[in-house]
Design a protein around this ligand. Structure first.
Ligand SMILES: N[C@@H](CCC(=O)N[C@@H](CS)C(=O)NCC(=O)O)C(=O)O
Length: 208
């Protein structure tokens, strides 16, 4: 059984979508990352930085989104969310899974917080380089790693959607909007969005 440590409307939400795509049973353990006193210290035994997401799969704990995606897709290959070892698409798949956390997320967060910096001084480079890279890639293929949907799309697609619609930091380039629209048509995306909304509502995060 998979226990998924989650907080609604957070960086863990893409993992909720991935779990819905996998179609394997899981249970959700809510972590209150917005608690006034911070996340309970007990949770550090699962995630050393007390962040979500994390999973426990039959007693095996996995943290960090790229690692969780890789682990789950390899543990449940029948879902077809990761190109197999030996498949040429495995290279762009792994590249984009890692890019999502090591370049896309930090450079987007830095921009959203108004940090000014020289791209050459940081491993994630500049915001404009990042935007140009994803625009070029998505102009050449329907999914981030190639012709078919993979777990890299839950990471990059969820992030692009969040960056445009919630943070309003990522420019609404036509190619980004078309990509997000394509992904939003997936039943698993819709189920995850609904579940996340219900959890946010139960946590008192929905106003108006
Ligand atoms: N490097 C982590 C980052 C996860 C992360 O930033 N999670 C945020 C959710 S938006 C969090 O748990 N924040 C709560 C906190 O820092 O107290 C990963 O990729 O899994």
């Amino acid at each position: 059984m998979i226990t998924f440590y989650h907080a609604p409307w957070s960086r863990a939400s893409n993992m909720l979508w991935l779990l819905e795509e996998l179609g394997t049973p899981y249970q959700i353990e809510r972590v209150d990352i917005r608690a006034p006193g911070g996340v309970s210290e007990d949770y550090r035994s699962i995630q050393p930085n007390k962040k979500v997401p994390a999973i426990d799969h039959d007693g095996v704990v996995v943290t960090e989104r790229a690692a969780i995606c890789t682990y789950l897709c390899d543990a449940f290959p029948e879902a077809g969310l990761a190109p197999a070892i030996g498949d040429k698409m495995r290279a762009p798949y792994l590249t984009w899974l890692v890019y999502a956390d090591s370049v896309f997320d930090p450079v987007l967060a830095a921009k959203a917080h108004g940090h000014e910096f020289m791209g050459s001084g940081y491993s994630y480079g500049s915001f404009s380089e990042m935007v140009a890279n994803i625009e070029k890639t998505l102009s050449s293929r329907p999914h981030i790693a190639g012709d078919r949907f993979t777990a890299a799309d839950t990471q990059m697609g969820g992030g692009i959607n969040f960056g445009m619609r919630v943070l309003k930091t990522l420019p609404e380039k036509p190619v980004f909007l078309e990509y997000v629209e394509r992904l939003a048509a997936r039943p698993a995306f819709q189920r995850a969005t609904e579940k996340d909304f219900e959890m946010a509502q139960a946590a008192g995060m929905v106003t108006g």
